[in-house]
Structure formats: structure tokens, C-alpha cells
Design a protein. Structure first.
Length: 425
């Protein structure tokens, strides 16, 4: 977007940067950090991989339970308050983790951190971005959600190669607690504005309020969205996708070190996948602005299928080309879900009740995200390898591709917009 000489910078770009930074923090200290804390904690307490992974399940089950409420509260009270509270909860959860003495304590810490991440994450951030960017929404969501990949690129090496070896895992959690809490609160209070009407820059309102009015006139409410096959096909496809890819990533360092990759190389591969996922979010955001987003989703799922096949056959003696193919394909598949789900939901059902609809969608998706690493952990504990978990992932990627290709566009009847759902807002 070009600016005339002397014109103020479109405030939406500051909101976009804020969204990127929030997802950087949420993903880096929540999703990606779990995998690098896994072995040091497991080894100190002597826990199995299955029971240790239950903490990650708790992390996402709390997000699943809270997501519908986070969505409704975001619609009602605005994202600034929700994100601020989320920063406090995330900092508290990480502080509790630093004091872990037993399994229940460990689970409670991740449960509290999960509530914080739910309040800081994709529900409020995608709400803000979708409100500020009507044209190029997919690209904007891709830019913001690339913060997730960048968080995975930057923070795991810092934690795994510096903080834990030099300061111990407890102090590492404490440093993450303080830095996350302060950063999130500052971003929320200084930068976040709910929509262009809340900004002082008049050009912001002029450029987008017409589009907002158009989208809000669709009046898709939660109950009417839940009655459509479109919602359930999107949900089913991405639940399967999350089941396939999340466990793979959370156990990636474990798997690679099990097959004798050095720990620094395994950490580098995880970081490279995270970097590629940032690029994937930009790619799929761009694709969703120019093509039907369901085709972008299918491509993302197929990248996951390829990545899993490569991971099954990859060894420390494999060529750099094969390892590079894994990094490329796994990074791109991870990169797809955040911009694609946000675009599919907002374009199918509008923005009037986006928070509530996306909150319910996120609830189911978070359940699958939480279950996946525990499933992988118990497969390993039972068979001492991850092969059967990877085979299950191949089936899930294939089925998800079929479901998303069958996606119809929902049609809102006047009856459903005016009579039903009266209590869902």
C-alpha cells in the first residue's frame, strides 16, 4: 500500500507487527519450547515419554475448553483486555513450571500456561487482523502468523543450547515467564486497537469501514454456522491435520536423537523447519488471496504426507538433499494451518461473530493438538519407535485432503440470520 508524501503510515501495519510479535511469543514459549524442555525434565524425574507428554495434552485441553469463551469475550470486550489477561496467565504458568516437583505440578503449570496462550494466540490476533485488513486479508494473516514460525526458529536454540545448559531448566522457565509477561502487556496496552474506528488516523477508517459494513451484513451467528456442513468439513480436515503434524514436531528432537543425530543438529533441524513454516505462512496467505483457500489447504496436507515419508527413511547418513526436502515439506505444511483456517472461517461466515465461531473451531482443533503428542509418546513407550505413529499420520493427511476438497460454500438463509441464533451473540 503506497503512501502519499507526508501521509501517516497506515495504523493497520502496526497492528500487524503487534500480531506477529504476540504469536512469536505464544508459539516460541508454548508450542515449540515444550519439545526442548522435554528430555531434561523427563531425565531428571525419570518419567516415561507418554506421561510427560500428558502435560502438552493438558496445555491444549485447557485451550480447547477456554477457546469458545475467549472467542465470545473477544467479540464482546475487545482483544486488548483478553491479550493482557493472557500475558499475566502465561507468565504465571511458566513460573509454576519452574517450581515443578512432581507430575501433577507439571500438568498444572502447563494448564495455566495453556489458558494464557489461548488468550494471546490466534483467536484474538486473527480477529484483529481480519478487522483491519479486508483486501489482502490472507496475506496479512500469513505475515502475522509467520511469527509462530519465527518463534520456533529463534527460541528453541536459545533455550536448548544456552539457557538450559548454562542456567538449568528451572531458571530458563523463569526467564521466559518474566520476558513473556512484560512483552505481551506492553504490546497489548500500547499498540492493539480493536478496529480502524478505534484508531486516531482518519485514513484507517475511510479505507476499511465500507468493507466491514459489507461483511457484517452477512450476520452469520454461531448456531447457524454450526448447522452447516462447511463448518464441520473444515473442522474435521484440520483436526486430522493437527493430529498428524503436532506429535511429529513435538517428538522431532526425541526421534532424531534416538536415531543418533547429535542434539545440536536435531535442534537445528527443528529450527530450520520453524523458519520454513514462517515462509509457508506467507506463501499460503498469498495463495488464499488469489485462489480458493481449500486448494491451498490440500497442498499443505500433501506437503505433510511427503514430509512424513521422508522422516521415516531419514538417517544421520542421509544426504543433505533428503534432509533439506524434509525441512522444506514439513515447514510448508506447518505454515498452512494458521492463515488458511482464519481465511476459511472468516470468508465462509463473516466477521460479525467471528470470535465465537472461530473459538468453537479452535476448541476442537486444540483437543486434537493436545492429544497428538501423547499418542506419539505412548506409541513410543509401547514399541520403542515412532513408526506406527507416522503411518497413522499418513492416513490422516490423506483423509484430510479428501474432506477439504469436498468443501461447499455455505449459504445463509434469511431465517437463520434473523430468527435462529438469537442467544448466541
Amino acid at each position: 500500500m503506497s503512501q502519499s508524501k507526508g501521509a501517516k503510515l497506515f495504523y493497520g501495519y502496526w497492528v500487524l507487527l503487534a500480531g506477529l510479535l504476540l504469536l512469536f511469543i505464544m508459539s516460541g514459549v508454548g508450542f515449540y519450547a515444550f519439545g526442548v524442555f522435554f528430555k531434561p525434565i523427563q531425565q531428571e524425574f525419570g518419567w516415561g515419554r507418554g506421561v510427560t507428554s500428558v502435560a502438552f495434552t493438558m496445555f491444549y485441553l485447557v485451550q480447547a475448553i477456554s477457546s469458545p469463551f475467549i472467542g465470545k469475550f473477544t467479540d464482546r470486550f475487545g482483544p486488548k483486555r483478553i491479550i493482557t489477561i493472557g500475558g499475566l496467565m502465561l507468565g504465571l504458568g511458566l513460573a509454576i513450571l519452574s517450581l515443578t516437583t512432581d507430575l501433577p505440578h507439571f500438568y498444572i503449570g502447563y494448564a495455566v500456561a495453556g489458558l494464557g496462550c489461548s488468550s494471546v494466540g490466534l483467536i484474538p490476533v486473527s480477529f484483529i487482523i481480519s478487522s483491519w485488513f479486508m483486501k489482502g486479508r490472507g496475506t496479512a494473516l500469513g505475515v502475522a502468523s509467520s511469527g509462530m514460525g519465527l518463534g520456533g526458529l529463534v527460541l528453541p536454540p536459545i533455550i536448548n543450547l544456552y539457557l538450559i545448559p548454562n542456567l538449568g531448566w528451572r531458571m530458563a522457565y523463569q526467564i521466559l515467564a518474566v520476558s513473556s509477561l512484560l512483552s505481551i502487556i506492553v504490546i497489548a496496552q500500547i499498540v492493539i486497537k480493536r478496529n480502524p474506528q478505534d484508531a486516531s488516523h482518519p485514513e484507517s477508517v475511510k479505507s476499511t469501514d465500507k468493507s466491514i459494513s459489507s461483511l457484517r451484513s452477512k450476520e452469520w451467528r454461531l448456531n447457524s454456522a454450526l448447522k452447516t456442513p462447511t463448518f464441520w468439513l473444515i473442522l474435521s480436515a484440520f483436526v486430522m491435520f493437527q493430529m498428524a503434524q503436532v506429535g511429529t514436531i513435538q517428538h522431532l528432537v526425541n526421534h532424531l536423537t534416538d536415531i543418533l543425530f547429535p542434539v545440536d543438529v536435531a535442534t537445528f533441524i527443528l529450527s530450520a523447519v520453524s523458519l520454513m513454516s514462517a515462509g509457508g505462512k506467507l506463501l499460503f496467505g498469498y495463495i488464499s488471496d488469489r485462489f480458493d483457500a481449500k486448494f491451498g489447504a490440500t497442498l499443505s496436507f500433501l506437503f505433510g504426507f511427503v514430509a512424513t515419508v521422508v522422516l521415516i527413511i531419514m538417517t544421520p547418513e542421509s544426504s543433505l538433499i533428503l534432509i533439506g526436502l524434509y525441512v522444506l515439506s514439513m515447514g510448508l505444511t506447518i505454515g498452512g494451518w494458521a492463515p488458511l483456517t482464519s481465511v476459511l472461517i472468516s470468508r465462509s461466515f463473516g466477521l460479525s461473530h467471528y470470535g465465537a465461531i472461530f473459538g468453537v473451531f479452535s476448541s476442537f482443533q486444540n483437543v486434537s493438538t493436545g492429544i497428538s503428542p501423547t499418542f506419539f509418546g505412548y506409541v513410543y513407550d509401547s514399541t520403542h519407535q515412532y513408526l506406527w505413529a507416522y503411518i497413522a499420520s499418513l492416513i490422516l493427511y490423506s483423509t484430510a485432503s479428501i474432506l477439504i476438497l469436498a468443501l461447499p460454500r455455505p449459504k445463509l438463509s434469511s431465517a437463520s440470520s434473523s430468527k435462529s441464533d438469537i442467544n448466541s451473540s
